[in-house]
Ligand binder design. Structure first.
Ligand code: HMG
Ligand code: MG
Length: 286
C-alpha cells in the first residue's frame, strides 16, 4: 500500500467564488451534496466575507443550512474577521480558515489590510475558535508570485506561515494564487518554510493557470507534504488575482497520485458525477 494523501475539496468555495453569474443556493447545495459522498474528509463550502467584496459568497449561511451533512466530513468556511467567524458559527461550520498573504500588494487588494494588520485581526478569531474548539486552518497566498508586487521571497512566505502556526492554526495551506509558480521556485519556497514549520502542518494549494499545478504537487510531495487542495472539474479563480485559473482539478490530482503510487480516499465514479454537477453550474444548466 502506498502512503496516503489527503485531498481537501475547494470547489464550492474557491471554485465558485469568482463565477460571474450568481449561482443559486440550490445549485451550490447540489454541488456540496454530490461531493459529500465522494470520500473527502474536508470540503470547503462557504465564505463569510463582505458580500460587497465577493458577491458570489453572499448566500453562504443558506448553503450551510441546506446541505445534507455526511458523517466523517468536515464542512469548512473562510472567515476574514470576528464578524465572519460569528456568522460561520451560527451556520454550524466545522472548521474555519483565516487567510493571509506573503505579499503586501495582494494583502491590501484582497482584505484591505497589511500583512501585520491581518494577523492582528485574526487574533480574536483564534481566541474565540480555541474557546469553542473549532479547528482553524491558515492560508498564505502568493507563495511565489504576486499580481501586484511580482516575485515573492521564500523567507516572506516562511515568516507568515510560521506566524499563522504561532497564533494557533493547525495547518497552513501554501497558495500559488496565480498559478505562475515555477517548480524550482516552489521548491525553494518549501525549503524555506520547512525551516520554520513542520511538514505535517503544511498543505499545498496550487492554481493551474499555466498547467504547472501537478508539477508543483510533485515538488511538494518530494518535500513530504501529504495534504493538497483541489477543485472538482478545476472550477475557479480568485477575484483579486486577475488571470488566475482554478485550483488543480480534483479528478486530475487523484489520478496523478494513483500513478505516483499514493493512496487517496476518493471514489472516482462519484467524483466524476460531482464534476458533472460542477460543470452544469459553470455552464448555467443547473
Ligand atoms: P473593509 O472594507 O476593509 O472592512 O473589508 P470593513 O470592516 O470596512 O467592512 C466593509 C463592509 O463589509 C461593511 O459593510 C462591513 O459591515 C462588511 P458596509 O457597511 O460597506 O455595507 N463586512 C462583512 N460582511 C459580511 N461578513 C463579514 C464582514 N466583515 C465586514 N465577515 C474585509 C475587509 C476583510 C471584510 C473585506 O476585504 C473582505 O471581505 N475580503 C474578502 C476577500 C475574499 O474573500 N477573497 C477571496 C478569498 S481569498 C483566496 O481566494 C485565496 C485562497 O484561495 C488561497 C490562494 O489561492 O492563495 C484562500
Ligand atoms: Mg485559492
Amino acid at each position: 500500500m502506498g502512503e496516503s494523501v489527503e485531498i481537501v475539496e475547494m470547489g464550492p468555495r474557491d471554485g465558485l467564488q469568482n463565477e460571474a453569474r450568481i449561482i443559486s443556493v440550490a445549485g451550490k447545495v447540489a454541488l456540496v451534496d454530490a461531493l459529500s459522498s465522494v470520500g473527502f474528509r474536508r470540503i470547503e463550502v462557504a465564505s463569510f466575507v463582505s458580500p460587497r467584496w465577493v458577491p458570489q459568497m453572499a448566500g453562504s449561511g443558506e448553503v450551510m443550512a441546506g446541505i445534507a451533512r455526511v458523517n466523517g466530513v468536515r464542512y469548512g468556511a473562510l472567515v476574514p474577521n470576528v464578524r465572519g467567524f460569528e456568522a460561520a458559527m451560527r451556520a454550524n461550520v466545522d472548521e474555519v480558515a483565516v487567510f493571509a498573504s506573503a505579499s503586501e500588494g495582494f494583502s491590501r487588494a484582497n482584505i484591505n489590510a497589511s500583512i501585520a494588520e491581518s494577523l492582528e485581526r485574526f487574533q480574536p478569531v483564534m481566541k474565540m475558535a480555541k474557546g469553542l474548539r473549532v479547528p482553524v486552518r491558515g492560508y498564505v497566498s502568493c507563495v511565489t508570485d504576486c499580481p501586484y508586487d511580482g516575485a515573492v521571497a521564500p523567507e516572506a512566505v516562511a515568516a507568515v506561515a510560521s506566524d499563522l502556526r504561532d497564533i494557533g492554526c493547525f495547518e497552513v495551506s501554501l497558495g500559488d494564487t496565480l498559478g505562475r509558480g515555477l517548480p524550482e521556485r516552489m521548491d525553494a519556497m518549501f525549503a524555506a518554510v520547512l525551516e520554520r514549520v513542520e511538514v505535517e502542518a503544511l498543505a499545498g494549494h496550487f492554481h493551474d493557470s499555466f498547467g504547472r499545478a501537478l508539477e508543483n504537487v510533485a515538488v511538494a510531495l518530494g518535500r513530504g507534504v501529504r495534504v493538497f487542495d483541489a477543485s472538482v472539474a478545476g472550477l475557479g479563480s480568485c477575484p483579486y488575482a486577475p488571470g488566475a485559473a482554478g485550483n488543480v482539478a480534483t479528478e486530475g490530482l487523484a489520478a496523478f497520485l494513483e500513478t505516483a503510487g499514493f493512496e487517496h480516499s476518493l471514489d472516482m465514479e462519484r467524483l466524476r458525477a460531482a464534476a458533472d454537477v460542477a460543470r452544469g453550474l459553470r455552464e448555467g444548466v443547473v
